[in-house]
Design a protein around this ligand. Sequence first.
Ligand code: PRX
Length: 695
Amino acid sequence: GRRGDSGLNSLASIRANFAIKALDGPAGDAVAVSVEREDVVEASEAFRERALVSSRAQYEEMYKRSVEDPDGFWGDIASTFFWKKKFPVKDGKLHSENIDVRKGRVAVEWFKGGETNICYNALDRHVEAGLGDKVAFYWEGNDVGVDAKLTYKEVLERVCQLANYLRSQGVKKGDAVAIYMPMLAELPIAMLACARIGAVHSVVFAGFSAESLYQRILDCKPNIILTSSAVKRGAKIINLKDIVDDALVRASEGGHTVGTCLTFDNNLAIKREDTAWQEGRDIWWQDVVPSQEKKCEVEWVDAEDTLFLLYTSGSTGKPKGVLHTTGGYMVYAATTFKHAFNYHDDDVYWCTADCGWITGHSYLTYGPLLNGASMVVFEGVPNYPDAGRCWEIVDKYNVTIFYTAPTAIRSLMRSGDEPVKRHSRKSLRVLGSVGEPINPSAWKWYHEVVGDKRCPISDTWWQTETGGFMITPLPGAWGLKPGSATLPFFGVQPAVVDENAQEQHGECSGYLCVKAAWPGMMRTLQGDHDRYETTYFAPFKGFYFSGDGCRRDKDGYYWLTGRVDDVINVSGHRIGTAEVESALVSHPMCAEAAVVGFDHEVKGQGIYAFVTLLEDVEYSEELRKALINAVRSQIGAFAAPDVIHWAPGLPKTRSGKIMRRILRKIASNELDQVGDISTLADTSVVEQLINLRGK
Ligand code: PRX
């Protein structure tokens, strides 16, 4: 299993002792420091010859400038992009920041007053430079043999057509556009079309339920939603349009009517004539978009105008609409992409993420396109039709940079080496990992079996909120340690702080914070700047707080140990325990629920739910299924609990606070480590729960 094979040992203890809500209280136990691992994996001489940064010394020099003179450092890079109006220098500065709540409102701006357009920089700029015939997207369908190729010129034309259509519907600068689509090439195209006309895209992962989609619609109030008739994931077909219809009905009832639903017919399952249709609102994409002009005027926007909203889960309450702006995000996404993957013009890049998550925004759409990269856009899942699919695709397109999540690596690893070795993979140069800590055994398998020991691994630590990579290797610049994200990216100043917000120095562990602004950071939460400040800047005054715990070793390498708040990371998807709890409680038979994470061999963490039923209601298999379904329909299938543990009562303090520390121990079957229960209102609850384990 995963437990014990890594620097993740301390994860459970951080979780147990440092629930972020307990921060005002007395300090918990010190974070356990796991045994130092000395295996350092160096890049080959041949690799280093092509490295953009080829030594730690060179990095240190660049890094030093990036933190001592951030305006000069980022200004030089920003100047390589196209600006309709160059960003002005004010008092020698290109940015302003206050991230200290004690000094007033938190506010960050980069390149303000400059005017640009990210779509223009991602597409037109390359076409004008003669790269129009270079492939932008190699689209690979869910089913083997279904594929398409789009050059930069073709992508630009399609973006323009959609942008023209959106304009014709009255969409203008600053308006929100909701996108709920599978991984068709039309999904990144839709994002770029919004950006082109200055509209704000809000992509909702097409695995979210109607209820979740509705909540996001109600929060950002789009007048148009883009979707497709269905999605096929592996062998399953899901009718997306039905889900959208349901969400739009709820939205109307909730007070916001979406005027237009543009539906891409991807020819699955249901025929057009059988699709539920609301005249006046519903329009087939194919009926109105391809007939549009292939040219579309760019809307020039301020660097600080909003580019997109992306909702993400926190430890409490509703999902938060993370807001990113244009200029800083553009410069940051492009630069991090280039360096963390040691990108060269002849690379073929493949990121397996979905555009519904931040990885699909920064490293499937904007980062690679801003660099003029050719990339694979894959509709399917890594193990369909079999565990060799990824490597078949790698060979088919001669992929050189492959970027995926530890959960996918672990699941493929379970199918053994044969499906990998069956394919050559000789094109691969760099491998990437994102979404959760990668355990050293999966790291080694990825390195040795997938990469034939030839490819450096970029374990990239970052978040929806950070916009781009924060801690990541620069392949070839320094040795890698399996399980460590290594060193901070240019301009990123991490701080490991203790529970009193004191920065730790040298070898240490604690809460991972950042002490200065960087260009790609989120600017606010949609409609709730107070929540932005309380969530990220108030817990440790003077710092941005990530929500993660970490350890820094004697070489300055960072080892991420997982979330320290009530957020769990299931297959790299962030899920708030509070959201799952409220979904469970929405079931009429459920009186109370408490959700915790537990170590899961493939998913990283699984969802473990303790459920108290109403009095006189009997436990049953049927009820268990109904509860799981409640979560599916409130959030989405990916948030379905792995375990429902019947709980006659929950362990609560006399003031009524649920002691999750105890629940985590029961969930992970560490029954001898339940610890001190004397502060519970009723100590017999623990014994009862232990007896019901596995029932
Ligand atoms: O806990 C960290 C984990 O994922 C969280 C961010 O989730 P999200 O905003 O959905 O973005 C995921 C893709 C960037 C972080 O707080 N995380 C992400 N990457 C890593 C990671 N944990 C350890 N190592 C990583 N490389």
